[in-house]
Design a protein around this ligand. Structure first.
Ligand SMILES: C[S@@+](CC[C@H](N)C(=O)[O-])C[C@H]1O[C@@H](n2cnc3c(N)ncnc32)[C@H](O)[C@@H]1O
Length: 161
């Protein structure tokens, strides 16, 4: 598979799972959405379209988003996510979306030493996590994903109550 094919599949999987959650996986009535890895802001824009009225807090080490998809300053956290997102432990997020895989197994293995803990701690009980990297954590139970998504491409969890 070419890298272009792989990119398109990742983007399709991301959109399909977010839309699947909107349509089929009820979110808690309160609690923010955390966008872990703002990047260009395309997914941030999709999340605010699909979940209108929800506070969305976005994280990145530097602001690189398109001006039309830049969060308000109070909802933008700049810095290393492994450090900044720890402040959101216990804040009861309803949904976390994490798109910080690199395609380099060695780098992703380092990310996976802290990402599952941070996601689990930030979520409310029954909160939902969508991730481009698999999150192995005792508090995160896998949920079924849409048939359009390769099960090794994108991952969906609910935090145990
Ligand atoms: C694949 S991009 C996200 C793309 C995004 N979904 C979009 O719609 O454009 C990943 C982003 O996460 C950020 N990132 C990755 N690891 C990070 C870390 N440990 N701390 C802070 N930012 C990180 C990168 O700077 C990059 O902007």
């Amino acid at each position: 598979m070419s890298r272009l094919d792989s990119f398109i599949r990742r983007m399709s999987a991301q959109r399909d799972i977010i839309d699947h959650v909107r349509d089929n996986v009820p979110l808690l009535p309160t609690g923010a959405i955390l966008e872990i890895g703002l990047g260009n802001g395309r997914t941030f824009d999709h999340l605010r379209d699909r979940f209108p009225g929800r506070r969305i807090v976005a994280f990145d080490r530097a602001l690189g988003a398109h001006s039309s998809s830049t969060p308000e300053p109070e909802n933008l956290v700049i810095g290393e996510i492994g450090e900044t997102a720890r402040a959101f432990a216990g804040q009861g997020a309803a949904l976390v979306h994490a798109d910080i895989g690199t395609g380099y197994p060695d780098k992703d293995a380092i990310t996976l030493t802290w990402l599952p803990d941070i996601v689990s701690a930030a979520l409310a009980p029954d909160g939902v996590a969508i991730s481009g990297l698999p999150l192995e954590h005792p508090s995160l139970a896998p949920l079924p994903i849409p048939s359009s998504v390769d099960p090794d491409r994108y991952f969906l969890y609910r935090r145990k109550a």
